[in-house]
Design a protein around this ligand. Structure first.
Ligand SMILES: Nc1nc2c(c(=O)[nH]1)N[C@H]1C(S)=C(S)[C@@H](COP(=O)(O)OP(=O)(O)OC[C@H]3O[C@@H](n4cnc5c(=O)[nH]c(N)nc54)[C@H](O)[C@@H]3O)O[C@H]1N2
Ligand SMILES: Nc1nc2c(c(=O)[nH]1)N[C@H]1C(S)=C(S)[C@@H](COP(=O)(O)OP(=O)(O)OC[C@H]3O[C@@H](n4cnc5c(=O)[nH]c(N)nc54)[C@H](O)[C@@H]3O)O[C@H]1N2
Ligand SMILES: [Mo]
Length: 719
């Protein structure tokens, strides 16, 4: 069937030599779009949306619509390279794969012998979210080696732990059902930039009578176009929810039957909520008491209604609690009963891959090696001493730019005695500090199994073109490294197809009947899932119910119900610091970049403009600033230069800086993360990129446009 469709597409392509191949976007984004790749004589000449996918609807975002520009970027790493100059000088020479593997294996053996294998630290995140290349062979390799484990906390761990504490599992309504919702609350999610394909579903729901409420301190396009924009002070949403719950309880806007059957700890929640009359919530959040009441009423009366929650708002020191609070709401009011209703942050549990088979934690030594929290990379490289980190192996990530407390990260990466390997598609800022750089394939060049943390389609990405240069996928890299280290477990001989089969063989009901062969012929298969998965309860906590009170949290020393604690850096959380640094800086996803991915491509940089800070008119006026001025944005951790845009983007005292620009192209050679703290969140050791006080002062404009890459600016790294 798919074959016939592709043949039709090819016949419509103007050039008879064009072959159309199906692919899937690999990026760390909700949408996991289906793509069509036009290939001519082995070269991808065009990438476009695949109309077969009912949620991604045949169009791609502004970033992947020109995916071929990434694949054929002049910045691609094509061969293994070895450092020749001083650390960080960007001087490299080409070497063979054999030489690279031998050197890495020798250094790993030597470091292991001298300091123990925990002195080796893998560092990876989600350059691709593909099941194989996100985490499989690599995990097997580092487990066998006995390397330090990495706490992969930079994005979602606070929210994940929080949701699990309430529901025991992470899934929510099918986005396709959201068109029937009567209320959609987009909460801490930039629905225009980071979940582009949710927007037409919202518009469709609105045409059918739904209201859109956006709760966000950033008045981005989606907030402007909403029926109602609620702008809390950053990091105060728990207080807002407690106020809403106070109204629900005191006015008895509850679903007692659902609470009775499918929740525990309701009494304890009620005691807590009683302490939060709306006036108290209003004083903390800055949202008028009347609006809190109105929101409670609207939520109660709208059916179906959904809370579509983003990753952003968990990035506060109190962010886990924020997510915990929000995901309790649908159980109080019975909104889980309806298809398209409830709460959706992540759909990850709907798939249920066999991660044990993929990652083989049984290969780890016992006791398990220490875990290092990835957001504390700077500390790990400059302070940890039991043993010190002597080797860093980076893949699927660009820590020189994405990790918080960047000055410390850069100081650590600069250590001459640190052996750093980077497996990359592009010469990122992290590559600059590498000892060995290895070339990685892109999604058009390798096989992967793709899920989405938003929609419910499982997809297979098959290679559309041959690997560029000597690039290899992550799985093949760790096969080769295992051989170089002499690891003999047969799991290191599994092919990528074997890995797909193993991932699918989990016994999970979501994957029942889905095989590699079916994916090869159908490309995209919806996982098995009831439209309203929690209509009759079925939560995966110890009690099988929504837990308003959690023993696990009590044991971890956290409030077992909910407590509002102000963000560590805020007027209420640190009044002295707030006098010095009165502006709360939020650094959310930029429209044309995906974290730092795409932020080297001239077209995307042009779209984004310049490294920018959005300031409220009152804050701008107090500093004599107008749009177009340049400012120094600083705190005790560091300083960056940004260009000002003045407008009603946020309340006074709150500023926004869309992220993440490459440090190399920033006016002073450092990125936004010199400002952010490596303080972990209350749950899951999560990142706290949005809890951040700064001061803003007028500065000199940089000369020219340093953020636009030119060969000279790139030449920090040899060719
Ligand atoms: N274009 C684009 N798309 C992306 C990404 C990207 O960089 N660019 N990144 C991808 C990745 S890895 C992820 S994790 C997601 C991230 O995407 P999102 O989940 O959208 O996360 P952020 O952009 O960090 O923040 C989302 C919103 O939360 C708001 N926010 C911050 N603090 C608070 C708060 O205290 N309360 C409330 N109510 N709102 C708050 C911010 O102002 C922002 O508008 O998107 C993915 N998609
Ligand atoms: N200030 C601030 N900082 C943030 C955030 C923020 O909102 N504000 N967002 C945070 C969030 S949500 C996240 S998820 C992190 C993201 O942090 P990262 O996961 O580091 O994301 P990227 O910057 O996109 O870098 C991914 C790198 O992986 C490479 N890559 C892609 N595919 C492959 C592959 O198959 N193999 C190999 N070897 N490499 C590959 C890409 O070329 C790219 O350089 O950043 C965090 N940092
Ligand atoms: Mo993320």
């Amino acid at each position: 069937m798919a074959g016939a469709k592709i043949a039709r597409l090819e016949s419509r392509a103007k050039d008879p030599d064009i072959v159309v191949k199906k692919a899937v976007c690999p990026h760390d984004c909700w949408d996991t779009c289906s793509m069509l790749v036009h290939v001519k004589e082995g070269r991808a000449v065009r990438v476009m949306g695949d109309p077969d996918n009912p949620v991604t609807r045949g169009y791609l975002c502004v970033k992947t619509n020109h995916y071929e520009e990434r694949v054929y970027s002049p910045d691609r790493v094509l061969y293994p390279m070895r450092r020749t100059g001083p650390k960080g000088s960007g001087q490299f020479e080409r070497i063979s794969w054999e030489a690279a593997l031998t050197e890495i294996a020798d250094r790993f053996r030597q470091i292991s012998a001298e300091h123990g294998p925990e002195a080796i630290l893998p560092y990876s995140y989600a350059g691709t979210i593909g099941v194989l290349h996100y985490g499989s062979m690599d995990r097997r390799f580092f487990h066998t080696l006995g390397a330090s484990r990495l706490g992969r906390t930079i994005c979602s761990s606070a929210g994940s732990q929080a949701i699990t504490s309430v529901m025991g599992t992470r899934m929510g309504p099918d986005p396709e059902d959201m068109v029937n919702a009567k209320l959609i609350v987009v909460w801490g999610l930039n629905v225009i930039s980071s979940n582009t394909h949710q927007w037409p579903l919202i518009q469709e729901a609105r045409r059918r009578g739904a209201k859109l409420v956006v709760i966000d301190p950033y008045r981005y396009k989606g907030a402007r176009e909403a029926d109602w924009h609620i702008s809390p002070r950053p990091g105060t949403d728990t207080a807002f929810v407690l106020g809403v719950m106070n109204v629900l309880v005191s006015e008895d806007l509850l679903d007692h039957d659902y609470i009775e059957k499918h929740t525990t700890g309701f009494d304890k929640l009620v005691q807590k909520v009683a302490q939060w009359p709306v006036e108290r919530a209003a004083a903390v959040t800055g949202i008028p008491a009347e609006e809190i009441r109105k929101f409670a009423q609207l939520w109660h009366e709208s059916r179906p209604a959904v809370l579509r929650v983003g990753y952003g708002l968990q990035r506060h020191t109190n962010g886990g609690t924020i997510i915990r609070a929000i995901c309790m709401l649908p159980a109080l009011t019975g909104h889980w009963r309806d298809a398209g209703g409830g709460f959706l942050l992540s759909q990850s549990s709907a798939y249920g891959f066999n991660s044990f088979s993929l990652e083989r934690p049984d290969l780890m030594p016992s006791p398990a090696p220490r875990e290092i929290n990835m957001i504390e990379l700077g500390k790990a490289l400059t302070e940890v001493n039991d043993p010190p980190v002597k080797a860093l192996f980076v893949y699927n990530s660009n820590p020189a730019d994405v990790a918080p407390n960047q000055s410390k990260v850069h100081a650590g990466l600069s250590r001459e005695d640190l052996f750093t390997v980077v497996h990359e598609q592009l010469f990122t800022d992290t590559c600059k500090w590498a000892d060995i750089i290895l070339p990685a394939t892109t999604q058009l060049e390798h096989l992967d199994l793709m899920y989405s943390y938003w929609h419910l389609y499982l997809q297979l990405n098959e290679p559309a073109i041959a690997p560029m240069g000597e690039a290899i996928p992550n799985t093949e890299l760790f096969r080769r490294l295992a051989a170089a280290m002499g690891f003999s477990d047969p799991c290191f001989r599994d092919t990528d197809e074997d890995l797909v089969r193993q991932a699918l063989a989990s016994g999970s009901p979501g994957l029942e009947g889905i095989t590699l062969e079916r994916l090869q012929s159908e490309h995209m298969i919806k996982v098995n899932r009831a439209p309203a998965p929690f209509a009759d309860g079925g939560f995966r906590t110890a009690s099988g119910k929504v837990e308003f009170y959690s023993d696990t949290l009590a044991r971890a020393g956290l409030d077992p119900v909910l407590e509002y604690v102000p963000p560590a850096e805020s007027i209420d959380g640190s009044p002295e610091l707030a006098k010095k640094y009165p502006i709360h800086l939020v650094t959310p996803a930029a429209h044309h970049f995906l974290n730092t991915t795409f932020a080297n491509q001239p077209r995307m940089i042009k779209g984004e403009g310049a490294p920018t800070i959005y300031l409220n008119p009152a804050d701008a006026k107090a500093r004599g600033l107008v749009s177009g001025d340049w400012v120094r944005v600083f705190n005790d951790r560091g300083s960056v230069r940004l260009q000002v845009q003045v407008g009603d983007w946020s309340l006074a005292g709150v500023a926004i800086s869309p992220s993440i620009w490459w440090s190399r192209f920033m006016p002073d050679g450092v990125g936004i993360n010199v400002l952010t703290a490596d303080t972990p969140a209350d749950f899951g050791g999560g990142a706290t990129f949005h809890t951040n006080l700064v001061q803003v002062a007028k500065a000199e404009a940089p000369e020219g446009t340093p953020w636009v890459p030119t060969p000279e600016r790139y030449a920090l790294i040899g060719d």
